[in-house]
Design a protein around this ligand. Structure first.
Ligand SMILES: [Zn+2]
Ligand SMILES: [Zn+2]
Length: 300
């Protein structure tokens, strides 16, 4: 007899729920820990910033305000390092938090949004503006640069800024590819769930999935459309065990025989399995796209 597998949900009265107490529990953000590299960076920037402020009057003779460009980009680097360290130390182990556009904690989610929608675009525009200002200064008033701000130093800092921008553009592309994969997996899951047997036996799964449980690291499963192409029949004859839900497959239930090995499962069980991995749960025989194409040929 096949029984729906529903997980009982325990309802906790509001008064018994634990109230969050620390900053980390409320926002999902931990305070940054400053390492040696960051300390050296911070000191160098401070030193250079003081130098520029000391020579502010000399800079004002320049054709364009490169001193403003330098100071604002220093401030930006410090803010970025602090927020990035905070985000990274609050993220899951081994996860680059900027790649996950679906952070569950509000603080992390806001940080990811601000980084991609404000910080990266602003810094890109600001750096391009800096390049233009520097070219103006070098062309019209190269003698205005004081001793502490050699052109080669500004050019070096510009190169570092562009490197940072390129790295983040690559990160942004990876984050978008991952997000697209998650959306595709969600659509597939919803399509498979349209089968009422899936809902009856497993409940709604698409509501409970999250970034970590999505098969975004490996493209190991099949698409919903490919699963749909596999033949499904009604079972008749003696009961047989479905090795996914461990219930018997009884007469009249929808089943699928896997192409390749021919093992039999409930349709609703094997469909969910196939979304994640395209092999037989019993014998590990692969279900390939060729198998599915072969099936299609046979049915046509
Ligand atoms: Zn089953
Ligand atoms: Zn098998």
């Amino acid at each position: 007899m096949a029984l729906p597998l529903a997980t009982p949900v325990e309802i906790v009265p509001a008064s018994d729920q634990v109230q969050p107490t620390s900053l980390r529990e409320v926002t999902g953000l931990a305070l940054p820990k400053i390492g040696l590299n960051d300390a050296v960076l911070l000191l160098s920037l401070l030193y250079s910033a003081f130098d520029i402020i000391f020579e502010w009057k000399n800079f004002s003779r320049c054709q364009a305000p490169v001193h403003w460009w330098l100071v604002v980009s220093y401030i930006f680097v410090v803010i970025f390092r602090v927020t990035h360290t905070m985000g990274q130390s609050s993220a899951n182990e081994g996860e680059e938090f900027l790649l996950n556009l679906r952070q569950r904690k509000a603080g992390l989610r806001a940080l990811v949004k601000v980084t991609w929608m404000l910080v990266v675009p602003f810094f890109t525009i600001w750096t391009a503006m800096g390049s233009y200002w520097l070219s103006q200064v070098l062309w019209y008033t190269p003698e205005c640069l004081p001793m502490g701000a050699h052109p080669w130093f500004i050019i070096f800092w510009q190169a570092l800024s562009y490197l940072w921008i390129i790295v983040h553009i690559v990160f942004g592309i990876i984050a978008m590819v991952l997000e697209r994969r998650i959306r595709r997996a969600e659509t597939d899951q919803r399509n498979v769930e349209e089968d009422s047997d899936v809902l009856a036996r497993w409940g709604r799964i698409s509501d409970t999935t999250n970034f970590g449980s999505m098969p975004w690291k490996h493209d190991a499963g099949l698409r919903a459309a490919e699963i749909e192409q596999m033949e499904s029949v009604k079972h008749f004859g003696d009961p047989a065990e479905c090795s996914i839900c461990l219930n018997d497959v009884v007469q009249g239930e929808n089943i699928r025989y896997l192409p390749g090995c021919g093992h039999l499962f409930h349709k609703c069980c094997i469909d969910l399995w196939m979304l994640r991995r395209a092999d037989c749960p019993l014998c590990k025989c692969k279900v390939t796209k060729d198998h599915i194409k072969g099936l299609q040929g046979r049915m046509a």
